[in-house]
Structure formats: C-alpha cells, structure tokens
Design a protein around this ligand. Sequence first.
Ligand code: SAM
Length: 489
Amino acid sequence: MPSVYIKTYGCQMNERDSEAVAAQLVAKGYTLARGEATADVILLNTCSVRDLAEQKALRKMENVAAEVRRHRPGVVLGFIGCMAQSRGQELIDRLPDVDLVVGTQKFHRTADYLDDILAGRRAKIVDVAEEQGSEATIRQHLLNGNAQKAATAFVSIMQGCNQYCTFCIVPYTRGPERSRTIPDIVAECRELAERGVKEITLLGQIVTSYGRRRSPHPAFPPAAPQPLAQSATNATAPQGGESKGARLAGSSAGAHDDKSPFVQLLEAVHQIEGLERIRFTSPHPKGYGDDLIEAYGRLPKLVESAHLPVQSGSDRVLKLMHRGYTRQRYLGIIEKLRHCQPRMGISTDIIVGFPGETEDDFQQTMSLTREVEFDQVYLFKYSPRRDTPAAEMAGQVPQPVKEERNQRLLLLVNEIGRRKYEQLVGQQMQILVEGPSRKNPARMMGRTRSNKIVVFDGSERHRGQLLEVRITRAGSFTLYGDPTVINLD
Ligand code: SAM
C-alpha cells in the first residue's frame, strides 16, 4: 500500500485534523512515511490565520513539487485544511503538480479521493463544499501509531466560529459553529480512556460557545438522558446568547438549566473512569461564565489551566476587533479564576499592531500583561487577511512599528515568565509523563496540571504515569524536575 506523509501548519485543531486523516488512511491500509522523501502521497495541512503561514505552505509545496517532478513523478500532492478551503482551485492553477485540494468540511473524504487518484479513476480533485454533519467526522485517533501508549489526546467537540472578530479569517475557512452531541463526544473520550489515555483536551475555535446554536445537521439525535448532563446539541440559546443557562432541547427543566452546554459537557466527560485530567482550548472571555469558573473548584479532573485569548489591553481596540468584552471584564474573570484556584496557569494570545493601535493602546496591552502576569503569551503581529473587515480599516500600522512593539512585549513576557517559573523551584508538582523530551530525547517530559513542561531523567516505563516531582531548576518556559526525591520515599 502507498505511504503518506502529512505536514501540519498552525493550531492544535489542525494537528487533530491531520491525526484523524492519518488514522483514516492507516485504517485503509496506507502506511505513514517518516518524511516526504520516502512518501507516495504528500499532504500539507494548511493554516490561514496569518499570511506567513500561507506563504510557508506555498513555498513548501513549490519545493516539493519541483523535486517530485524531477525524480518521482508518480507521487500524489495535496493541500488540505484552511488554505485549501479559502483558495480552492486557485491552488492547482498556481501549482499544476498539485492533485488534490480538500477543504475543512471534507477531511473525512481524503482517503477515498486518494484511492481514486492513485487508481487513475480521477486526475485532479478539488472539494471545498460545505457538508452537513462534518463536525462529527473528526474522530479517529492514531495514538502514536498504536505502537506506544499515548498519555494524552485531543478531541474535537465542534467546528467553525460565529464570533467574526474583525481580524480573523476562521469563520470563512471553518464555516459557522456546529457542535457534536454530548453522547458522541463522551463515547470517543471513553474509548480513548479504555486505550490508556489519561488526559483529554477538548478542542474548538470557541469552546465556551459549545452547543449554543442549533446544528444544521438533520440527523442530530434528540437528547438521550445522561446521568449528569443531557445532550447539548440542539441548544436553543437566544442569538448571541452568552447567558449562562442555555435551555437544551430534550432536557427537562431543572438542575442543568443554569449551566452552559459546555459545562454540562465537562461534567459528562468528568465521569469517565480511567480519565485523570481534562483540558480545553480555546474559550472566549465573552462566554466565561461563573458556572465555568465554579467548575474548576468542583471537578477535580479539570486541571488548573486556562488559555484565555485577550488580544489587546485597550478597550478601544477590543471594540474595533469586535471581541465583545472589556479590559475590566477580562481582569474580573482572571481574578475569579485565581480566587477559585490560586495555582491556575493562565496563558493568552495577543495581537500587536492592529489597525489604529496607538502607542497609548499598546501601553494598555503592556500594563494588562504586567497586571495579569501571564504564565505564557502567544504573540502575533497583526496580519491583514482577505475579506476580513480589519484589512480594510484605516490606520494600518507600519511593519517596523509592529516589529518594535512585538519586541518590547516579548521582553516583558519573557521577564514575567522567568520570574514565575523561578518561583516554582523547590515545589512539588504532579506531572503526567507524555514521552521523550523533544529537545533531548534521552530525557522524558511531562506536563503539570497548570500546563508547564517538566523535563526529567526517566525512561519509557514512565510514559502515561502521573508522577510527583520536585522542581530543581527553571529554564526558558521549561522546568526541570527530580521524581526520585519523592517517589522513592
Ligand atoms: N478562537 C480563539 C479566539 O479568538 O479567542 C483563537 C483562535 S486563532 C486561530 C489563534 C490566534 O491567532 C488568535 O487568538 C489571534 O491572537 C491570532 N490571530 C488571528 N487572526 C490574526 C491575524 N489576522 N493577524 C495576527 N494574528 C491573528
């Protein structure tokens, strides 16, 4: 059978989509190539969030196509994911060696399309159409190719986005919000736990909107009664309803009515035996209700970690971005989270150089960063995206200004990070061991509940174990630990 290599650009959702495509191909008998040099099929799973990511994937395909044309003309080339969705046929017009373009609602068709191309039944395929129910098709897992025990897994709970932030291309590349049902998600998580997975990360563009909008899928089942949570899929919250309690179709009025569908999903996943930890990403500050904050104190498997994208510290910019919250509301959420869980690890996304951002606006982002003392910040220089309102706004910030602001903020983020990580030296923490350290495969790495990486001297037998470690040293956004001190006592 042919071998496939998938290179992934972008976010964790893209990683998850690639894994599901790879698992579908493996189930059909394809093998996974270690690199593109030995692959019969090369797929690039693309990202459109910034122009840089698109240019990288385009350059990569140009280079791969040139090599393949010269030495291995039978190799099949394809683009999948967000850029495939937004550019479609244009990709083949520009790079005629490309055989396949598969959009974000068609990942599950990739294997069949490759069969057709490899068997010579079809020459070129472009499929970027919408497909009802596609949100429930990202469900197969590789779990390290089944060869080794995987400690962690990502589970996609929804697709699309309805927020329409003025800078963001995602609603156009991933379509409107569609949520899977609670029973469907729980079944997938249960299977993973049975296969030894200890930690699950629930994924969605805005997970706090989970289940709030009716799915267009006609086959969405009505709610089956669950011990703790009813099916959340046909939620009938008012439009834009970020009020806590969404009334769920099929659910009886009562205890759950004041909890958001997302919190009901967390409760249902929490009941799965064998599962030790639950994470999620990304929530939206607008939907971060008290029910979710309170869940951290009530659900022990829900780890003390929140990735809460703020984007800017200036109310004026937040409004231009169409974020739907103020600086004060954001700070209020952080305060409540830390009150509920003092060891809460908090990370965020920030964009510098949004159109119209003045030095004063930027200073407000700097002061918010100082005030919150984020554990980790993902910094982005604003990148104009086609068809988004911000790309047309007046006051586009010159590139050198974006670079300079990015540099100043990065220095601050690093300084705060260094201080916060140093404070953990000497502390005892629980880690879940994920596998060898990426930087030094002779050592093992695990993750604390607050989402900090800990590197330690260990071996494969530690994979999947929850270990208590003493933190001995702090590096750049990495901790070093010693498990022997505690675990051999
Ligand atoms: N759904 C999350 C939210 O908006 O809260 C984030 C998803 S997005 C794929 C990841 C991050 O990319 C965003 O939080 C934002 O900081 C950044 N981003 C999105 N569009 C961008 C753009 N046009 N330029 C620069 N950064 C961008």
